[in-house]
Design a protein around this ligand. Structure first.
Ligand code: 5RP
Length: 265
């Protein structure tokens, strides 16, 4: 791995802890104005001091993030599908490497749909993106997307993560599952988990805790942070688990204490 690529990765996965808290706000690329992200800039701004990187599309980056900010950017470069289209897996590369370089990104990301109708196309997207990224020292994060018909069990996720790593992804984003250790053990690159649909805060903290305990390198959480009634308190609680080894109860205490502090200030 060359120096630039390692350096970019180190800006996302913090060398001090070996972990990362990424904030995912790219949902609009196929979901449109997702609840909590209707005005992306308003959602993102108060969370930035607590995120190690921001995962988003070029459209939201250009319009909704101040370029004077030094937050590492993980740029979503795939799309061309929508929640109302006929097949979510029909995804292509939407943003070229020159644009990623102009935007000074730390990593590029795309989804792969293993087991879907467009599996081949999305795996070739990944391989070609890795080829481009490696020319310029930009790492690639592969997201193992799960459509309605696809599994979420350890066997399926281990298959998808391993394929992503074999094709050259430098890190992989997937879902937490029963038997998650197996997914981590059989994937030779770092694994980050998505948060998934909004669940109660204590449950989301437990999810983050379990994932880290079982070998995840971090979280790339979206809805469980920005759809919380207290997103700033929530991201700080998640950070305490990922970077400070807090227990679920300690992190939840921190969440509640931050809410109290915010209500008096
Ligand atoms: C969609 C994505 C999203 O960024 C990610 O899954 C969203 O995070 P969360 O599930 O925590 O809302 O990659 O393919």
């Amino acid at each position: 791995m060359d120096w630039g690529l390692k350096n970019r990765l180190a800006r996302i996965i913090k060398p001090e802890t070996g972990h990362t808290v990424m904030l995912a706000v790219d949902h609009g690329y196929f979901l449109g104005p997702t609840s909590g992200l209707e005005i992306p800039g308003k959602t993102i701004k108060p969370l930035l001091p607590y995120a190690d990187s921001l995962m988003l599309t070029r459209g939201v980056l250009r319009t909704s993030v101040d370029p004077n900010n030094d937050i590492p950017i993980v740029l979503r470069v795939s799309g061309g599908n929508s929640i109302v289209g006929d097949d979510l897996s029909n995804e292509s590369i939407t943003t070229n490497i020159e644009e990623a370089i102009r935007l000074n990104v730390c990593a590029m990301t795309l989804s792969i749909y293993v087991g879907s109708k467009y599996e081949h196309q999305t795996l070739i997207n990944l391989s070609e993106l890795v080829n481009e990224g490696e020319k310029y020292g930009i790492p690639v994060l592969a997201v193992t997307a799960v459509g309605k018909e696809m599994g979420r069990g350890a066997k399926y996720l281990a298959l998808a993560c391993r394929i992503a790593a074999e094709l050259g992804a430098h890190f992989v984003k997937t879902y937490y599952c029963e038997g998650f250790e197996k997914v981590v053990k059989t994937c030779p690159v770092p694994i980050i988990i998505a948060g998934g649909k909004k669940i109660p805060e204590h449950d989301a903290l437990k999810l983050a805790f379990n994932a880290i305990q079982k070998g995840a390198c971090g979280v790339d959480m979206g809805r469980n942070i920005f759809q919380s009634n207290h997103p700033v308190a929530m991201i700080q609680a998640v950070r305490s688990i990922v970077h400070k080894k807090a227990s679920v109860d300690k992190a939840f205490e921190l969440f509640n204490s931050k809410i109290k502090m915010q209500s008096v200030s």
